[in-house]
Design a protein around this ligand. Structure first.
Ligand code: NDP
Ligand code: 8X3
Length: 260
């Protein structure tokens, strides 16, 4: 028998690295109970052990691919009774694949982005929102991007997928506010201490070194913002936070004259 669950339960998708992992750490540090998910099982187990040992919280792991709708449904509906009543969902799992103009784009990459960033987020939200509606409350925070508010050259399909996240966040709010759910979104610009660029550029270190000449946000900066949003009084719903490093003015304007 584990410890009785006292604090809110937070489910984080994509907790094996970057923003999701940093968010898991901040919630654990503050005593929340965590359901951490991702495809890399060993990383989930490693993080669970670390957080339980360091912060004395309960951590449950769920290994699934958000693109697999059957698996998403089965894993979330199959949660042990004491883990079922999820209070906070952080829809964070996502990625960019490739950086090319539309005519040269790789269609497999497009499908990966749309299936992960759009359909995956929808599958998880459908399963978790049912629980929250039944409980008359809950908080869903979607990780969007500046790419969900503006576009940049070669960003086409990734930007489209994040514009879809923005539309889904707004739609979720209309569908769920009557049920007492809070729906929020964080839209960061460039964020380091993540695997985002390495994933986008297929492990090509040189192409992925996109942060060396300016100071972007860190995964911790975004995690702190997520935590702030979720710890406001229950009558407050922060709808969207658009955030960038000081040297970034927009997707297309970055002061790359060196780290300041
Ligand atoms: P990381 O690559 O470090 O983390 C991405 C996470 O998503 C990993 O934990 C990964 O886990 C998970 N993930 C990816 N695909 C799947 C899948 N099919 N099923 C389940 N989990 C998946 O990048 P970030 O932390 O930067 O990315 C987190 C979110 O932040 C994304 O939505 C991204 O679009 C967004 N974002 C990132 C920015 C940046 O500059 N870094 C800026 C703005 C937004 P695993 O591989 O184990 O499955
Ligand atoms: C990640 C930020 O500018 O690479 O969403 O699209 S960007």
């Amino acid at each position: 028998m584990g410890k009785p669950i006292l604090k809110k339960i937070v489910l984080i998708t994509g907790a094996t690295s970057g923003i999701g992992k940093a968010s898991a750490k901040i919630y654990a540090k503050n005593g929340y109970q965590l359901i951490i998910t991702g495809r890399r099982k060993e990383r989930l187990e490693e993080l669970k052990n670390k957080l339980e040992r360091k912060y004395g919280v309960n951590v449950h792991t769920l290994c699934f691919d958000v693109r697999n709708r059957k698996s998403v449904k089965k894993k979330i509906e199959g949660l042990p009774e004491k883990w079922k009543n999820i209070n906070i969902l952080l829809n964070n799992a996502g990625l960019a694949k490739g950086y090319a103009s539309l005519d040269k784009g790789n269609i497999d990459d497009w499908e990966t982005m749309i299936n992960t960033n759009v359909l995956g987020l929808l599958y998880v939200t459908k399963a978790v929102s049912k629980i929250m509606i039944k409980n008359n409350g809950g908080h869903i925070i979607n990780i969007c991007s500046t790419a969900g508010h503006e576009v940049y050259p070669n960003g086409n399909v990734y930007c489209a997928s994040k514009h879809a996240v923005d539309a889904i966040t707004k739609s979720m709010r209309l569908d769920f506010y009557k049920h007492g759910l809070r729906i929020s979104q964080v839209s960061p610009g460039h964020v380091e201490e993540t695997e985002f660029a390495m994933v986008r550029f297929d492990g090509n270190k040189e192409k992925a070194s996109i942060y060396k000449d300016f100071n972007p946000l860190t995964s911790k900066d975004v995690a702190r913002t997520v935590y702030f949003i979720s710890t406001q009084p229950s009558h407050v719903n922060i709808q969207d936070v658009l955030m960038m490093g000081t040297q970034q003015a927009s997707s297309n304007f970055i002061d790359r004259s060196g780290r300041k």
